[in-house]
Design a binder for this molecule. Structure first.
Ligand code: ADP
Ligand code: MG
Length: 665
């Protein structure tokens, strides 16, 4: 009874996996599931090809170790034979004389050491016979690679009947050895393959060449200290070329030429699947398929890592050449004849392990969750390990894969995140700007208070004396005109000074409950506006009451209204809208005026910024408004359009005012 039959063949070394998805990409049957950031092998889906073991750069995948079972067999009283796969010269290139290699295996305690190649000779003959007999029938799929056989049994069960019903060289050689030596002989297969461990119950145990190396090390068996011995009979002929691709065909004498081009050779995880698919679809039904899961057995997962394919290949052909040169043809023919009657048949049973396909809607939904709405969104980049986005979605539906494995989707998410961060950054910058603005205003306030206070008295004196002088001057006195100018300009100075005083005084508020509707109506009544400007007040407010400093807030409204009127020299509409929520009153003041340019938007709250001509604007209105609104714990914002091409020009100021003042909040 084979040790590994039905056992799990490939495992994941916990925590070594860095989730690069290479194993998924290389797995021909996608038998890998991502769990907790680890790529785990799903035994029920695995065909034991060992591709994942070969490709994992982190050595996070390892295969079933059956060395101990070999040791136990060798320690028992049973007779044990080693049958060695023909790819051994490709692995043990450091041993010049193959007879030393045979001696080393014998030194482990084996009673017999023979070559599987003789089994390959027999199997090749059988294939040849079938090929001729079945010349005009449909083709078959060769059954010498166990991973291919598992693949057909599990994933194309309807093709099991098309597998050549002939034993593999390993099983054929097992039968040969038992017939030649004893039925009770225990058989240990040594080769390059992991799937062999689970291929047949007729073989007691299969180990890989790398495990054989470990046994040599454990037992301290070295080539330099080993006596050479030859393989035990029966000895192989051409079957030794079997492990290089097309080996079986060469060994069987079937030539792949044009006149009999019914043979397709495909190796490697993509090609063999394509060949089977085309065979299944009836495109190449009259062809025989010679398929290998690896790139030839010489690149099997049980070989040491890093070997060079063509160097390995040349060592096999050199070995075979040397073998055929020294072959005792007569003896070989006799051996072959001895086993001509041996039963080489092999039965295969389907074992369907396919999953029912998820519904179209489920797949579609998953694809959408990865941002794939149209066919053009399917990049099929393969970064997730699956060939197509659709395959990836199906794997997600089956619970093997995750949305996060999609690289383009992750990149897009990252871009969005960066955009969000940029927006937050912008918000932060404008908050910082606002803070700077209030600090500036606070300083301005102090400065203004000082200046205004100092200027107020002398201005009063100038106003008084210039008025007295003007009164005293005769009507036709040329001085009179100058005095009028002095009076006028002094009045202007007073206006600026009183603006500064207002600006400075904003630090104290005296809030009282106020009906905001009536208050706004009063503010409108107090401003002068030409007839070509319509003023509209609209309200959506049940409770009009808010606590405000009436003097200061009157300045807010009248200043905003005046600005609006001044922005509409050719007429327009000034709209004031009041809205109320439970805790706030919203005041929106809009005009259909010139609008504010983008550059000016940043400056309008800066003291003394004005676009109005000399003697017209002071540039103190908006800074004053800003200060008063802030003192009421409110917010003021502005939007504006000065480009007629973008629609109606105009400016909208929006004030949010808490109903309760700070003292009563
Ligand atoms: P002033 O009115 O003395 O110029 P403000 O501080 O009130 O000072 O306004 C500063 C500037 O902001 C104005 O000169 C004007 O350029 C701009 N501005 C303010 N309100 C409006 C508005 N409703 N429409 C267009 N521009 C405006
Ligand atoms: Mg103004």
């Amino acid at each position: 009874m084979s040790t590994a039959y039905n056992n799990q063949l490939v495992f994941t070394q916990k925590d070594k996996c860095r989730v690069c998805y290479t194993c998924i990409r290389e797995c021909p049957v996608k038998a890998i599931r991502i769990v907790n950031g680890q790529a785990m092998v799903m035994n029920e889906r695995c065909i034991g090809c060992g591709n994942c073991v070969k490709v994992c750069s982190q050595n996070a995948k390892y295969f079933l170790d059956t060395k101990d079972y070999v040791n136990r067999l060798l320690e028992s009283d049973d007779k044990v034979a080693a049958i060695v796969a023909p790819s051994f010269p490709a692995e043990f290139n450091e041993i010049d004389d193959f007879k030393v290699f045979v001696g080393m295996i014998r030194a482990l305690g084996f009673d017999y050491v023979s070559e599987v190649s003789f089994g390959a000779d027999l199997v090749a003959k059988e294939y040849h016979k079938r090929h001729i007999e079945r010349k005009n029938q449909k083709g078959e799929i060769s059954s010498d690679c166990p991973a291919i056989v598992f693949y057909v049994k599990h994933y194309h069960p309807n093709l099991v009947a098309d597998l050549t019903p002939v034993a593999s060289p390993m099983v054929a050689m097992t039968r040969v050895m038992k017939k030649k030596y004893s039925d009770d002989l225990k058989i240990v297969f040594i080769g390059p393959c992991i799937a062999k461990k689970a291929e047949s119950q007729e073989v007691d145990v299969a180990i890989t060449f790398t495990e054989l190396r470990q046994l040599f090390r454990q037992q301290k068996i070295m080539s330099s200290m080993t006596d050479p011995t030859d393989f035990d009979p029966p000895k192989a002929g051409k079957g030794s070329v079997f492990p290089v691709s097309r080996g079986l065909l060469q060994a069987s004498g079937i030539r792949e030429d044009v006149s009999d081009g019914r043979i397709i050779v495909a190796e490697g995880r993509v090609n063999f699947r394509d060949a089977i698919k085309e065979f299944e679809n009836g495109l190449i039904r009259d062809h025989n398929l010679e398929l290998l899961c690896c790139e030839g057995c010489i690149m099997g997962p049980g070989m040491s890592k890093g070997g060079k394919r063509y160097a390995r290949r040349s060592r096999i052909t050199n070995y075979t050449y040397e073998k055929l040169r020294t072959l005792d043809e007569e003896q070989w023919q006799k051996d072959i004849d001895e086993f001509l009657e041996l039963d080489l048949s092999q039965e295969f049973m389907p074992e369907d392990r396919r999953f029912p396909a998820p519904s179209r809607e489920v797949i579609q939904k998953i694809l959408q969750s990865m941002g794939k709405y149209k066919l053009q969104d399917h990049l099929n980049c393969g970064a997730c390990g699956y060939d197509t986005c659709e395959d990836h979605a199906i794997a997600i539906a089956n619970g093997f894969a995750e949305v996060e494995m999609c690289l383009p989707h992750n990149i897009e998410k990252l871009h969005n995140l960066i955009e969000d961060l940029n927006i937050s950054n912008d918000k932060l910058a404008s908050a910082r700007e606002a803070l700077k603005q209030s600090e500036k205003l606070a300083h301005m306030g102090q400065l203004s208070a000082g200046i205004a206070h100092e200027l107020n008295n002398p201005l009063g004196v100038i106003t008084m004396y210039s008025n007295i002088l003007k009164e005293e001057a005769a009507e036709d006195d040329p001085v009179r005109e100058d005095l009028e100018l002095i009076v006028e300009q002094t009045a202007r100075c007073k206006k600026i000074v009183s603006g500064l005083l207002n600006f400075a005084r904003k630090n104290q508020v005296n809030p009282i409950e106020t009906d905001m509707v009536q208050f706004t109506e009063r503010s409108i009544a107090s401003i002068i506006h030409p007839d070509n400007i319509a003023v509209k007040l609209t309200k959506e407010i049940d409770n009009p009451i808010a606590e405000i400093d009436q003097d200061q807030f009157m300045q807010v409204l009248t200043n905003l209204e005046k600005n609006a009127v001044e922005a509409m020299p050719d007429g327009g509409t000034l709209s004031i809208h009041l809205e109320g929520s439970q805790n706030e009153v919203q005041i929106k003041i809009s005009d259909t005026g010139t609008g504010i340019s983008k550059e000016n938007m940043e400056k309008i709250f800066t003291p003394f910024f004005t676009t109005k001509g000399v003697g017209k604007g002071t540039g103190l209105g908006l800074p004053l408004i800003y200060g008063i609104v802030k003192m009421h714990r409110g917010k003021i914002s502005v939007t504006s359009n000065n480009d007629p091409e973008k629609g109606q020009t105009g400016t909208h100021f929006h004030i949010s005012l808490p109903r309760k003042s700070e003292q009563n909040a």
